[in-house]
Design a protein around this ligand. Structure first.
Ligand code: ATR
Length: 272
């Protein structure tokens, strides 16, 4: 019988995950299929997870805005999913239980490690305290950042996350201050994307070789990444993170050795 997996989100039609996973499924010769499914709202998500997911699927990825609810609905959860407070991976176990995991955190950690090489992470400044931020903070803590700062337009959200992870909240007005002392800048907001205001920071005063990251999973560089590249900074977009969160998802459902990350990133650069 064809094993089914899917990604659940709203909206979901632009997701690159089906192309990525179906390519791996074909390469391994599996009788399986990965679909993008939009359950509409939280009630639709809950109904799908409690019903069809458990009976018709071996698992799912979960994306915005359902990652917190996915963790709450699961029967068991990994330590890292609980620490991050969100699940992007659900697996239906042999005994019919639903297990939650978070591979966004490890995905960002792997992407950062590849981008940095042997360099230590150093001082990190994260802009945005929305749904993506906890996994980013988790990864930076695992990589032993010397200092992690978070800023958000709505300051309260940054303060809550800073207290939860024991990092430093700074005001949104301070995001361009002391940039020469920041080793890694991470934009987790939609600022700079088409339809959103520009990202309000010029990275040109960062030290050469510092890392600028925009976690949007697209091959089209954002204005922030273009500016960073023009200033000889190292840049990281969201495609490596996407691939590195997908690999442990694939392994959780189908077992076996992980697919080749570099080839997958190159494939998505061509497809997106
Ligand atoms: P969530 O994940 O909570 O659903 P999100 O849409 O992923 O929310 O998060 C969007 C992030 O982009 C938030 O940090 C948001 O800031 P607020 O918490 O103040 O809303 C940020 N953001 C969106 N539009 C912004 C803008 N025009 N200026 C500054 N930050 C913005």
């Amino acid at each position: 019988m064809t094993r089914r997996v899917c990604v659940l989100g709203h909206p979901i039609r632009h997701s690159l995950s089906p192309a990525l996973h179906n390519r791996w499924i074909a390469a391994r010769g599996l009788d399986a299929r990965y679909d993008a499914i939009d359950p509409g709202d939280a009630d639709g998500f809950r109904a799908f997870v409690e019903g069809r997911l458990r009976t018709e699927f071996v698992g799912a990825n979960v994306t915005l805005p359902f990652k917190t609810l996915a963790l709450a609905l699961a029967d068991t959860a990994s330590d890292r999913a609980r620490a991050i407070g969100a699940a992007n991976l659900l697996t239906v176990t042999a005994d019919g239980n639903l297990r939650a995991d978070n591979t966004d955190g490890p995905g960002f950690r792997a992407a950062l490690t590849d981008a940095l090489g042997d360099r230590p992470l150093g001082r990190v400044r994260i802009v945005g305290a929305g749904g993506a931020a906890p996994a980013i903070i988790w990864a930076c803590q695992k990589l032993e950042a010397s200092r992690i700062e978070i800023a958000n337009r709505t300051a309260e959200k940054a303060i809550v996350l800073a207290s939860r992870f024991d990092i430093d909240a700074i005001s949104f007005e301070q995001i361009a201050d002391d940039l020469e002392a920041v080793d890694v800048l991470v934009n987790t907001t939609a600022l700079g994307l088409p339809g959103s205001p520009p990202f309000p920071l010029d990275p040109s005063t960062m030290r050469p070789g510092s890392l600028v990251c925009d976690i949007v999973p697209s091959a089209h560089p954002t204005p922030l990444l273009l500016a960073a590249r023009a200033s000889n900074l190292t840049v990281l977009d969201g495609l490596p993170m996407l691939v590195h969160q997908a690999i442990p998802s694939f392994t959780a459902w189908f077992g076996g050795s992980p697919p080749d990350a570099e080839a997958a990133i190159a494939f998505l650069r061509g497809a997106s």
